[in-house]
Write a protein that binds this ligand. Structure first.
Ligand code: ZN
Length: 294
């Protein structure tokens, strides 16, 4: 709880500062059509790869498949509210591009979908795209026990960390509204962890958790998405988000303190990204040793 509150305070301060810094920025425009959004995401996917290389913050193999948006198929649209409408492929299709299906851009879309309609990097490439590529890297892992998915929580920590890393690394320097929105994401994720504990203890109801998300983060307007988000908390999952994010910040933070100006971030080695979640969960279960999950 203390970690979650600390993260929440940091994110709230960052959002306030960014909002003040960019107060005179011209309004951000929503994509004019699904096709325009899909084309922009394609460009942004290449831009993100160049950003990794130019800043030397992360490496990806050139052979790694792409993460792309595609128009929502009619057959999928009625089910899309229930989860993420995507095809991240599988171990047998690891070289095929991952697809994220998007609805026509609109201000009435749920929180993260609306963010993607304004900027495909937001909530798309820098979070769900990270999940997709981590999954692909895992499927390519030489050790079969590390290829498959048992628990997504360490993955969430990596994506949560990745959002802040790209914000601090300058990816959004020319997209001021997106920078502020990323800070809002960080605030939401930190709050989810606290609500997770309160729900588990029976101190609040799902409806109260849902209302508090809206009141505290302010940007979640869609009731159905709010209830779905709150219901996910009941599984006891979000509580681990700040923990895993902090765990992912610790190695680069420690090296930076030790090496000062000689420090080169590349915070999470590719091998760790590919294998972390499996090793951690197997250790928790007492099946494999050597890596402590916390
Ligand atoms: Zn995620």
């Amino acid at each position: 709880m203390l970690l979650a509150r600390h993260e929440w305070q940091r994110a709230a301060a960052a959002e306030a500062i960014l909002s003040q810094r960019h107060r005179n920025a011209p309004p951000q425009l929503i994509a004019s059509s699904t096709d325009a959004q899909v084309r922009r995401e394609d460009d942004d996917e290449r831009r993100l790869r160049r950003f990794y290389a130019d800043t030397d913050l992360l490496s990806q193999p050139d052979t790694l498949r792409r993460y792309l948006f595609a128009p929502m198929p009619d057959y999928l649209a009625p089910l899309a509210w229930y989860g993420l409408a995507d095809d991240l492929t599988s171990a047998a299709r690891v070289d095929q591009n991952a697809l994220r299906y998007v609805a026509p851009p609109s201000d009435t879309l749920p929180y993260f979908e609306r963010a993607k309609a304004y900027d495909p990097l937001c909530g798309g490439l820098i979070h769900e795209g990270v999940h997709a590529q981590q999954q692909a890297l895992s499927w390519r892992h030489p050790n079969p026990i590390r290829r498959h998915h048992y628990d997504s929580l360490p993955t969430e920590g990596i994506a949560f960390y990745h959002e802040e890393m790209t914000l601090l690394g300058g990816l959004f320097d020319d997209r001021p509204h997106s920078a502020t929105r990323i800070a809002n994401f960080l605030r939401l994720r930190a709050l989810r962890a606290e609500l997770d504990v309160l729900l588990a203890l029976g101190e609040i109801t799902l409806a109260q958790a849902s209302d508090r998300l809206v009141r505290t983060v302010r940007s979640i307007a869609d009731g159905r998405a709010r209830r779905r988000r709150a219901r996910r908390h009941a599984g006891g999952a979000a509580v681990e988000l700040p923990g895993w994010k902090t765990a992912d910040s610790r190695p680069p933070g420690g090296r930076a303190a030790a090496l000062g100006h000689g420090f080169r971030p590349r915070p999470i080695p590719r091998s760790a990204v590919a294998g972390r979640q499996r090793a951690a969960r197997l250790t928790t279960l007492g099946i494999a040793g050597g890596i402590r999950p916390y």
